[in-house]
Design a binder for this molecule. Structure first.
Ligand code: GLN
Length: 446
């Protein structure tokens, strides 16, 4: 039924880049039925899902939204893909994204723009826009996403679903195509915090194949969903409620905070004084890491290769020129510039120092409060094309999400109101490894 629904609605939404064929989906479903009959089912067994097309899937194209990987069929599964399959989930396909996860609107994909199911004139957010749109339009009940600077939370907010970026190191990055390795983190996108908790139970945990994956027990994220919020201390960072916040977003947040007060939480103002430095620091660090990660696409080992190269340099140049889109090239240029001799101290080292200050801001705040709340994005979903001519304006969309990745802490976005038909997201931020609390806080609202 879902494959038929994808068939019918995907031409309007463009949420999927690849759809599983019926035979493979039915074979996975039959295996799930068998497990059920044998009493070996998990809560996820037989449930369909889709993967952001940045997770390697054995035998199924993994394009990363790029022409560069148009014909790349991985010989192995990402750890996240492997774990969700092992839990019995049925993979229905791969979702659209900004090329190499670089973007906030899903307008940078080689496979075309994704549309927001709530308003086809609006962007779905990015870079996990295909996953968010697919869940919002009920093409799948759940999807995976990745978040380097907001790419799970902001599309979740724009499409009216729930999305969680776990603590850096909580979920394995093995088999997840690298954008900015010190910031990238995979996580669940679904209708509710409860659904995200079930998914995270299967996704999280140590993986010897990822050296940054943390060896730490995984709690049962479902066990604490029902805990009451009496005495919870919520901090509102004053920097998140300033100029540039859309009136409808501010109003929706005010309402949500009243709900939390009525649930027994206490509210106070806190400060994250280095917030204004997050965008400049991120847009040095992320492109610097990207320029290094993307040097592997040289036309030699895999990915796009130009026709009839004259020599090795011509092969490199033309393969990369033809394979990468404009935004990816912009990031590679910024990154190689920031890392080049003579500029390293002024840009990359400085950005890393700022990163430490930003992390300290969060640690200080969590000495006073249990969680932080604020908007996920400054505006509801904007119109298609509204920011495509102005990259800086597009980067400013990330103002409330990016610092969280620099600090490595977890955060989720949950639906909390609307502006017309366009959904608004409430962001809940926690200290390192406090995913259970975030899911509990979101679940009590839902
Ligand atoms: N919008 C940010 C960027 O373009 C974040 C993207 C992401 O989280 N992958 O880099």
């Amino acid at each position: 039924a879902l494959l038929a629904r994808i068939d019918k609605l995907n031409p309007h939404l463009n949420a999927f880049i690849s759809v599983s064929d019926q035979e493979s989906a039915l074979a996975q479903a039959a295996a799930a039925d068998q497990r059920l009959a044998q009493g070996q089912a998990t809560p996820l067994t037989g449930l369909p899902l889709a993967h952001k097309d940045i997770f390697c899937t054995q035998g199924m194209r993994t394009s990363c939204g790029s022409k560069m990987l148009e014909n790349f069929v991985p010989p192995y599964n990402a750890t996240v893909v492997e774990r969700l399959a092992a839990a019995g989930m049925v993979n229905l396909g791969k979702t659209n994204l900004d090329e190499f996860a670089m973007g906030s609107s899903n307008e940078n994909s080689y496979y075309g723009t994704v549309k927001n199911p709530w308003d086809l004139q609006a962007v779905p957010g990015g870079s996990s826009g295909g996953s968010a749109a697919a869940v919002a339009a009920s093409l799948v009940p759940a999807a995976t996403g990745t978040d380097t600077g907001g790419s799970i939370r902001q599309p979740a907010a724009f499409c009216g679903i729930t999305g969680l970026k776990p603590t850096y190191g909580r979920v394995s990055r093995w088999g997840m195509v690298a954008y900015a390795s010190s910031l990238d983190q995979g996580g669940p996108m679904a209708h509710s915090a409860q659904d995200c908790a079930v998914l995270l139970n299967a996704m999280a945990g140590f993986d010897p194949k990822d050296s940054t994956c943390v060896q730490r027990a995984v709690p049962d994220y479902c066990a604490t969903l029902a805990a009451n919020l009496d005495g919870l201390k919520i901090g509102l960072p004053k920097e998140y409620f300033g100029e540039g916040l859309h009136a409808d977003v501010a109003a929706a947040l005010e309402e949500a905070i009243k709900v939390y007060e009525s649930l027994g939480a206490s509210i106070c103002e806190v400060s994250l004084p280095h917030t204004h430095l997050a965008i400049p620091a991120y847009y040095v660090i992320a492109p610097a890491e990207a320029s290094s990660n993307l040097s592997r696409y040289d036309g030699v080992r895999f990915g796009h290769r130009c026709q009839d190269p004259q020599d090795l340099e011509d092969l490199y140049k033309r393969s990369r020129q033809e394979g990468f889109g404009a935004e990816v090239k912009r990031r590679i240029l910024i990154g190689t510039y920031a890392l080049s001799e003579g500029f390293y101290d002024a840009y990359y080292r400085k950005a890393q120092q700022i990163r430490r200050l930003i992390q300290q801001d969060f640690l200080n705040a969590f000495n006073e409060v249990d969680v932080l709340m604020g908007p996920t994005a400054p505006t509801p979903a904007f119109d298609l094309g509204a920011n495509t001519q102005d990259p800086v304006q597009m980067y400013l969309e990330d103002v409330y999400t990016i610092a969280i990745n620099l600090a490595g802490v977890p955060a989720l976005s949950l639906p909390a109101g609307r502006s017309g038909t366009r959904p608004i997201g409430l962001q809940v931020i926690g200290n390192h490894f406090e995913e259970a609390r975030l899911l509990n806080v979101a679940h009590q609202f839902q």
